[in-house]
Design a protein around this ligand. Structure first.
Ligand SMILES: [Zn+2]
Length: 294
C-alpha cells in the first residue's frame, strides 16, 4: 500500500483501497484511499499541478461546456436548470444579506447569471480559458482565471459558492483557509456542494461510481470529514442540504461506465438513484450534499 496520510484528521491508516479508472480522458487508473477514521478519501497518486490540465481535455467533460448532444447531456441540462433554482434558494436562505457573491469554478457562468438577475453583485473564478470565455460572454464582465488573481484585488464576499469544485482542489487545508479569508469577516457564508462517497450509489457502483471522476476529483469528502476540516479552520456547519437529483444523474452515468446500453443505463440508473435517495432518507448519506458553513 502506498503511504497515506489523511489531510483532515492526520490518521495514517486507510481502508480497502481500490483502483478507479479515468474513463473520460486518459483511461489511466488511480487509487482511492479512504481514511479509516473520518472517511475522507484521496485520489492517489495526484497528477502534478502542471499536468492536471491535460486531464480536462475532453468534449465529454460537459460540466465545462454547453453541448446538448445525447440523452444524458439533455438530462444534464434539465437537471441544471432545476439545480440552479435550488442553489439560489439555498443562497437566499442562508446569506446574511443579498450583497456580493463569488462563484469559484463558475464554468460557463449559468449560475452567476441567474444570481445577478436576482440582485447579487457577482464575481467568478474559472481556470478553464474556454469555459471562462463563454461565461464572460454570457454575463458581460471579466472573470478571474485563479483564486490568487482575485486575492490581489483585496475583495471580500458575503457568500462564496463552490458547486462540485472543492473536490478538484489541491491541498484541502490551504484551499479551505484561502476561501475563508475571502469571506467578509462578519456574517460570511461559504457553500460547498460535494459528492458523498458514503452514499448508497457510491457504495453500489464502487470503482464505476461516476462521481469519483479520477484524477480530476482529488478528494472525496464524507460528511464527517468536511465537518472536521471546517472546525479545524474555525468554521461551523450551519446546514446540510441534499441534492436529490444527483443520485439519478450519477447512477445513470455510472451505469454507462459499467458498459450498460443507453436504455439499461437509464432504467437501472433511475432505480439505483431512487434506492440511494430512499436509504439516505434514513441516514442522510445522499449522493451529493450541499454544506453551508458560517
Ligand atoms: Zn481522516
Amino acid at each position: 500500500m502506498k503511504s497515506f496520510q489523511c489531510p483532515v484528521c492526520g490518521n495514517t491508516t486507510s481502508v480497502s483501497p481500490f483502483q478507479c479508472k479515468d474513463y473520460t480522458v486518459s483511461k489511466e487508473s488511480f487509487g482511492i484511499y479512504t481514511c479509516e477514521k473520518c472517511r475522507y478519501a484521496a485520489t492517489l497518486p495526484q497528477p502534478a499541478p502542471q499536468d492536471i490540465g491535460n486531464y480536462y481535455l475532453s468534449e465529454e467533460y460537459i460540466s465545462h461546456s454547453d453541448t446538448k448532444k445525447g440523452i444524458v447531456n439533455r438530462l444534464y441540462h434539465i437537471v441544471r436548470k432545476r439545480n440552479t433554482k435550488d442553489k439560489l434558494a439555498v443562497v437566499s436562505r442562508f446569506a446574511a444579506v443579498r450583497g456580493s457573491l463569488l462563484d469559484v469554478g463558475c464554468g460557463t457562468g449559468y449560475f452567476l447569471s441567474v444570481c445577478r438577475q436576482n440582485g447579487w453583485q457577482i464575481e467568478g473564478v474559472e481556470l478553464s480559458n474556454s469555459a471562462r470565455a463563454v461565461a464572460e460572454g454570457r454575463i458581460g464582465q471579466p472573470l478571474f482565471p485563479s483564486i490568487a488573481a482575485l486575492e490581489e484585488t483585496g475583495k471580500r464576499f458575503d457568500v462564496i459558492t463552490l458547486w462540485h469544485v472543492f473536490e478538484h482542489l489541491y491541498d484541502v487545508n490551504a484551499s479551505f483557509l484561502q476561501l475563508k479569508h475571502l469571506l467578509k469577516p462578519e456574517g460570511g457564508t461559504l457553500i460547498l456542494a460535494l459528492p458523498n462517497p458514503l452514499s448508497a450509489d457510491a457504495v453500489y457502483y464502487r470503482e464505476y461510481w461516476a462521481a469519483y471522476d479520477v484524477p480530476r476529483h482529488l478528494s472525496h469528502f464524507s460528511p464527517e470529514s468536511i465537518r472536521l476540516l471546517a472546525e479545524k479552520h474555525r468554521m461551523k456547519v450551519a446546514a446540510i442540504i441534499p441534492m436529490k437529483f444527483d443520485a439519478f444523474y450519477i447512477s445513470m452515468l455510472s451505469e454507462g461506465l459499467k458498459g450498460s446500453g443507453k436504455l439499461k443505463a437509464f432504467f437501472n440508473g433511475f432505480r439505483h438513484g431512487y434506492l440511494s435517495n430512499h436509504k439516505a432518507g434514513k441516514d442522510g448519506n445522499y449522493s451529493s450534499l450541499i454544506y453551508v458553513f458560517k
